[in-house]
Design a binder for this molecule. Structure first.
Ligand code: NAP
Length: 317
């Protein structure tokens, strides 16, 4: 997997290609074509230095069986790697999602292009940590997992020793834990201090910045990568928390400074420009949204001053 950081040359090139795209027209918006021509922005996982494209894919709506649904989701996954993305986040509790990802990645046949993250169960007792881990391999049909996370801190102390052993055996490349609720932040931070985690996952968006108070700084201090879930404020709330709040509004002028051509790209660029954040995993089942979201991982990101302006703008909406 080769990815490079965005350069000034790329940013200037983007402007030129946008103009060309507008002139010739195409099946996708011109800016999307322009963005597709750029290398994805990448950030390192601190524990190894391995770089990941900053925009991935969330799959909590991937529990499907119908052939037409499978075909549509295959297109989304294929387009993600075509756009230079790699990170796919799934979980045991997303119905059939792990099996669907496993089947589709096998069908696509480019396992090394995908960075697959999944999570252990949050339902019931964990009687055998080893069996719990094995279930992820079986459902995803992989020999090696890129990242295994403990879901919502469930059975953390019971599972973590087995996670560490599986990593030492080379079966899992990275280990971590995830949450998406503020009420678990204190416990999440305790776990971050107790265990040698490579990655944490936490909810963070322009509409929900609580993780920036303590968890994100702690991740920087402990040299842990951060995967951001719900970068649009969550599927259930997407209509009112982020997209709902800007419905009918044009993009602010400063969107051009960071090559953002949609609200989704502004929200994602905000999330991944936090210095602690490694990758965001916006959930989508639609190719056009996937392309839009991957576009956020190209071109420029806001600096600290523009991030503050984005926050001020958001808070006065
Ligand atoms: N505890 C945890 O560890 C935890 C909790 C929650 C979520 N997660 C992970 O985080 C991922 C993301 O969370 P989420 O999916 O709930 O919330 P989200 O990413 O904040 O929002 C998803 C919503 O945004 C829409 N959307 C996506 N791209 C768009 C675009 N370019 N333009 C307009 N709308 C767009 C989606 O609709 P369409 O499908 O129509 O595109 C969906 O309604 C999940 O899939 C899951 O992998 C983890």
């Amino acid at each position: 997997m080769r990815h490079s950081s965005t350069t000034r040359r790329d940013s200037l090139y983007l402007g030129g290609v946008i103009a060309t795209g507008l002139a010739i027209g195409s099946c996708f918006p011109a800016a999307t074509n322009a963005q597709a021509a750029l290398d994805p922005i990448t950030k390192p996982i601190p524990s190894t230095g391995e770089r990941l494209p900053v925009i991935g894919l969330g799959t909590n709506q991937y529990s499907v069986t119908a052939p037409e649904d499978m075909a549509r989701l295959q297109q989304v996954l294929e387009e993600m790697i075509a756009q230079g993305g790699s990170v796919v986040d799934t979980a045991r509790v997303y119905g059939r999602a792990e099996e669907v990802i496993g089947d589709l990645v096998q069908k696509i046949g480019k396992r090394d292009r995908f960075f697959i993250a999944t999570k252990t169960s949050i339902r019931g007792d964990i009687s055998s940590p080893e069996a719990e881990i094995q279930a992820a391999f079986d459902r995803l049909k992989v020999d090696k997992l890129d990242l295994l996370l403990i879901h919502n801190l469930h059975a953390l102390d019971q599972l973590m020793p087995a996670f560490i052993r599986a990593k030492e055996q080379g079966r899992i490349r990275y280990i971590g834990m995830s949450t998406s609720v503020d009420s678990q932040y204190a416990e999440q931070m305790e776990g971050m201090k107790r265990y040698p985690l490579d990655v944490i996952q936490v909810d963070y968006s322009i509409a929900n910045r609580g993780a920036a108070d303590e968890i994100l700084p702690l991740a920087q201090e402990r040299k842990m990568a951060v995967m951001v879930n719900m970068p649009f404020g969550g599927r259930g709330n997407a209509g009112n928390v982020t997209f709902g709040r800007v419905a009918g509004k044009g993009l602010p002028d400063w969107a051009k400074q960071i090559d953002a051509t949609s609200w989704a790209q502004l929200f994602l660029k905000y999330a991944v420009s936090h210095p602690a954040v490694t990758v965001a995993i916006p959930g989508t089942t639609q190719v056009r949204h996937l392309i839009d979201n991957q576009g956020a991982g190209k071109g420029r990101l806001p600096d600290a001053a523009l991030r503050r302006e984005m926050e001020r703008y958001w808070d006065t909406l």
